[in-house]
Structure formats: structure tokens, C-alpha cells
Ligand binder design. Structure first.
Ligand SMILES: [Zn+2]
Length: 223
């Protein structure tokens, strides 16, 4: 039996294409590639190299376009200077300088590179992650880590293409990228919000925004 890597419920075969088998979960609506079809074991360097190749100027620009408006909106909500973590594609120094000049601080962590672990030892006013969730091969671990990094009443912003119509999944270009192994529906984030004591504020197209409950008992995970 294949179990959902996000909630451990029994999953069912959803689609078999020429290259990979996809399962979906009736409990959390997560759709995932059969782990035996992952291109390489999780400790292989290949996904890292693949991810690195993608990390070009255009992608950095996209990540910047994701983070800056988000930061501006969160800042308007609180009126405070914010401490954030960018979990994923690194932003360029120009962007970081711009954020610092506006009184905020953004630390960065690239989950596919052995970068500074110390940034995972504290909590943040907000954590943002752009186009990374689709590459998670152990989504439950990554979710546990990310949700632990957010302060009570802090925000978690996720940039990933939501699966909105399963009937079009077979032809969905996002699914055909071999680096993409995890696909989320609106219901998946509803499930995660409940599990992680978050309020799901927004989930549409390519942005998911959650706010952690004030009384969340989730503690930081010590790495
Ligand atoms: Zn599930």
C-alpha cells in the first residue's frame, strides 16, 4: 500500500503517464509522485544540481517579485519592522539591501544546499517559500520544519502552483517538470492549516498565505 507522505493516509493511484506514477490522497488531497519514480534517492546530489541550474537570474527576479509585495503588505498590516526568512531560491543582494533599507530583515535558507543551519534555530515574523514546495520529497518533514519557524501570529507565505482541476492534471505543464514531485490542492492547505494551528487566509492560483494561531504550541525544531 502506498501511503500519503503528508498525512500517512492510504493513497490511491491517480495517474500513470509515460514516466511516472502519481497518487492522490483522499484525506488531505495531496497528489504526489510514486517515491520509486523519484529520479534519484533523496541523498543524491542530482536534484541539488538541477535546482541550482534553475536558479538563474529570471527565477531570482520572480522570487523578488514574490517577496517584496508580500513584505510590503505584511508590514502594512503590523506597522512594525519585520524579521523574515526566505526558505528557497536566494534573493540577490540588491533585493536584500532594499529590504534592509526599509527597516526589515530577511534571512535566507536554501533547503537544497548545505547553507547556514543557524537560521533554522529561531522563529520569524514571516516565512516565505517560493517555488520550492513542489520539489519536496519528504513534505511532512519540510512542513513540520517550516511551520515551526513561524512565530505565533506570524505568517507563512507559499508560492506554488495550486492544482485546481484534477481533470486537467495529465496535461498540466507544471506536473511534467521532473523536479516536481508534490502537488497541492486548496484542500491540502486547509488540512495543513488545521494540523499546524494556522488560519488559512488565502489560497489561490500561486499564493498561499497562512497566519499562525496566537496560542500555537508548536515549538521550534532544533536541528
Ligand atoms: Zn494525505
Amino acid at each position: 500500500m502506498t501511503r500519503c507522505p503528508l498525512c500517512k493516509h492510504a493513497a490511491t493511484l491517480f495517474l500513470q503517464d509515460k514516466k511516472r506514477a502519481f497518487f492522490d490522497c483522499p484525506q488531505c488531497a495531496f497528489v504526489f509522485v510514486d517515491p520509486s519514480d523519484h529520479r534519484m534517492p533523496s541523498n543524491s546530489s542530482t536534484p541539488i544540481q538541477s535546482y541550482g541550474r534553475q536558479q538563474k537570474a529570471a527565477q531570482q527576479r520572480q522570487a523578488t517579485q514574490f517577496v517584496l509585495p508580500l513584505l510590503s503588505q505584511l508590514s502594512d498590516l503590523t506597522g512594525d519592522n519585520l524579521l523574515g526568512l526566505n526558505f528557497g531560491h536566494s534573493l540577490d543582494q540588491h533585493c536584500i539591501d532594499k529590504i534592509q533599507a526599509s527597516g526589515h530583515q530577511l534571512l535566507q535558507y536554501d533547503p537544497f544546499k548545505a547553507t547556514e543551519q543557524a537560521v533554522l534555530q529561531q522563529q520569524y515574523d514571516f516565512v516565505c517559500s517560493y517555488k520550492v514546495f513542489e520539489s519536496f520529497k519528504r513534505p511532512l518533514n519540510q512542513w513540520a520544519l517550516l511551520s515551526s519557524l513561524v512565530k505565533p501570529q506570524g505568517w507563512l507565505a507559499i508560492g506554488t502552483a495550486l492544482l485546481t482541476d484534477k481533470s486537467h492534471f495529465a496535461k498540466w505543464h507544471h506536473k511534467n517538470n521532473p523536479a516536481h514531485v508534490s502537488f497541492y490542492q486548496h484542500k491540502t492547505f486547509e488540512y495543513l492549516a488545521t494540523q499546524g494551528q494556522f488560519k488559512l487566509l488565502f489560497a489561490a492560483k500561486e499564493l498561499v498565505l497562512m497566519q499562525k494561531a496566537a496560542n500555537s504550541g508548536i515549538k521550534p525544531i532544533l536541528i
